[in-house]
Write a protein that binds this ligand. Structure first.
Ligand code: ZN
Length: 300
């Protein structure tokens, strides 16, 4: 059967439908006419939606016992309609590159590699800012190893962009961000005198952010995809905001780093209105958000 928003609406209560519209689907795999979804609600829930017959057959692992289909099935149904899935053949072809890791898996693939970066331990006294050649060599070593940790995910992200799978690419970008943000430099006390580790991180990560930005600017993303990206970003941010206590294993989202991406998504009044309600809902006014509010106002 061909799924439509009207059909989903007829199967769900208005509340379930409305809530489902706002839930980002983290994973959606298509095997023929059977779809398998995964998303994060109160817990992680899995859905199957079977479109092989003329009747929608769907299950969800959540405990919903109300009328009609649950909001998670609505979310997955809407994702199917906008074709935000990966086909199984593609997934198998890309099994080497594990196209559908969670953001956490991406992050945890990166962090240990960054934490393992070591500088030359035998010369720990040699580099106190005096020997420029030594400092350069250590910086290069650090940059190389950081690049090696980030690049596999960055290249995967670029491959997603080439296939037009911008939401998947965004998840990779978020995973790469979480993998490196709030991590201090190499395990060697003197490194910060040799070079600026944060600058090295920026040098390594920026090209991927640029690649993502130009893909967003070149593609005309649908409203649901843009909304899904914005929801996911705020979902990640809120997950860590408030719990952050400056411990190394923790992650703090600096939303300022995402202002440019949000700007790139602000291409019409519909998404402007949506972003406005989100920013307002979290009381995100003032810097660095003024540029967003200014752009939003241009659509009003
Ligand atoms: Zn459910």
């Amino acid at each position: 059967m061909q799924l439509t928003p009207q059909h989903l609406k007829s199967l769900a209560t208005p509340q379930s439908y409305e809530r489902g519209e706002a839930i980002p689907v983290e994973k959606l795999v298509k095997r023929g006419e059977v779809y398998e979804g995964e998303l994060l609600g109160t817990y992680r829930y899995r859905q199957t939606v079977d479109l092989r017959s003329e009747k929608l057959v769907a299950t969800c692992s959540c405990p919903y016992e109300g009328t009609g289909i649950c909001k998670h099935i609505v979310a997955v149904g809407l994702a199917i309609i906008k074709e935000a899935f990966t086909e199984m053949e593609e997934l198998e072809e890309a099994s080497e590159t594990a196209s559908f890791e969670s953001i956490k898996e991406i992050r945890e693939g990166i962090r240990p590699r960054i934490q393992a970066i070591t500088l030359d331990p035998n010369t720990s006294d040699a580099g106190f800012g005096l020997d420029a050649a030594y400092a350069d060599a250590m910086r290069e070593k650090c940059e190389r190893e950081l690049q090696q940790a980030i690049a596999p995910y960055g290249e995967r992200m670029k491959a997603r962009l080439q296939k037009g799978q911008v939401f998947d690419a965004f998840k990779l970008l978020l995973g790469m961000y979480e993998g490196q943000v709030n991590l201090d430099g190499p395990a060697y006390v003197g490194y910060h005198i040799l070079f600026d580790f944060y600058q090295v991180k920026e040098d390594v990560c920026d090209p991927y952010v640029e690649a993502f930005l130009s893909a967003v600017n070149e593609s005309s993303l649908s409203f649901p995809v843009k909304r899904q990206m914005i929801e996911l970003l705020f979902e990640r941010w809120r997950r860590y905001e408030g719990k952050y206590q400056n411990r190394e294993e923790e992650i703090r989202y600096d939303l300022e780093e995402y202002v440019e991406i949000l700007l790139a998504l602000l291409t019409d009044g519909v998404i402007a209105h949506f972003l406005k309600t989100r920013l307002g809902g979290y009381a995100l006014y003032g810097e660095p958000f003024t540029v967003l509010h200014k752009r939003i106002a241009e659509f009003e």
